[in-house]
Design a protein around this ligand. Structure first.
Ligand code: ZN
Length: 254
């Protein structure tokens, strides 16, 4: 596959709408093509930004009324002019819709996100970075006795590292990452062709909490707290299997 063939497929790929064979062909090209890698990263960033729920706000009632009135006036004018100018009515409606969208976006963009939202976004960003920048693992090993000691001295806490191959989630390795500007452990697992990043950061004095699932930019996230550590599992894996994975990890964390 070359760039010309790859570019039209990138959107569908980012949206997870490409079949497995095409996905693999595309991944093979993108991994060896800096230009397409850049394009893919931009698309993902755009997708993440638009998936941010804080972008969706209802227009104020007054603006809504003004747009409705503008559309109605345009329709009336069009009716007066006869069928020849029918398209002008639609042009007026389209212009009003664009005005509504641009005003809404402009009114909304300055507002920030809730802290939980930011964390979820960071978790997804870190997950994507690990997949796209060829930096999935610092220590590549399916052996928990190799991965666990690798973190010694690199973190202020000892992240639990266990292989769950028997449960269908084999260990791939580990990586040092950052969450909320602090070093965190990223333990990497695999389920079929899906990579799972399990981020673990210290949470001193935090109470244990039950797993909480959410979807961010098309990725599933499960978050929970256990033994004064916060866990985030993030993957393109379906929500059911990721929750099952979270349950296994949680039960194994003493
Ligand atoms: Zn290319």
């Amino acid at each position: 596959m070359n760039c010309e063939a790859a570019r039209p497929l990138l959107h569908a790929y980012v949206d997870g709408e490409l079949d497995l064979v095409k996905s693999l062909e595309l991944e093979a090209h993108v991994s060896s093509c800096p230009a397409c890698t850049h394009e893919q990263t931009s698309l993902r960033a755009l997708r993440t930004a638009f998936a941010n729920s804080t972008l969706y706000h209802d227009a104020p009632a007054q603006l809504r009324r003004r747009v409705r009135t503008a559309v109605r006036d345009a329709r009336r004018a069009e009716a007066g002019r006869g069928i020849t100018f029918l398209h002008l009515g639609w042009a007026g409606a389209a212009a009003a819709a664009v005005l509504l969208i641009s005003l809404t976006v402009r009114a909304v963009l300055p507002f920030g996100s809730a802290p939980g939202d930011l964390m979820a976004r960071e978790v997804v960003d870190d997950h994507l970075r690990s997949l796209t920048q060829n930096h999935l693992t610092d220590v590549l090993s399916t052996n928990q006795h190799t991965v666990k000691p690798w973190f010694d001295g690199k973190l202020s806490f000892a992240p639990p590292v266990k292989d769950f191959a028997a449960e269908g989630f084999p260990l791939v390795g580990g990586r040092l990452d950052y969450l909320d500007n602090r070093p965190a452990a990223a333990i990497v697992y695999r389920r079929r062709q899906h990579i799972i990043n399990l981020f673990i950061s210290p949470a001193p004095h935090a109470n244990d909490s039950a797993p909480l699932s959410q979807v961010r930019a098309g990725y599933n996230i499960v978050e929970w707290t256990r033994s004064e550590m916060r866990f985030w599992a993030v993957s393109s894996l379906n929500a059911g299997e990721l929750s099952h994975f979270a349950q296994i990890v949680r039960n194994e964390t003493s």
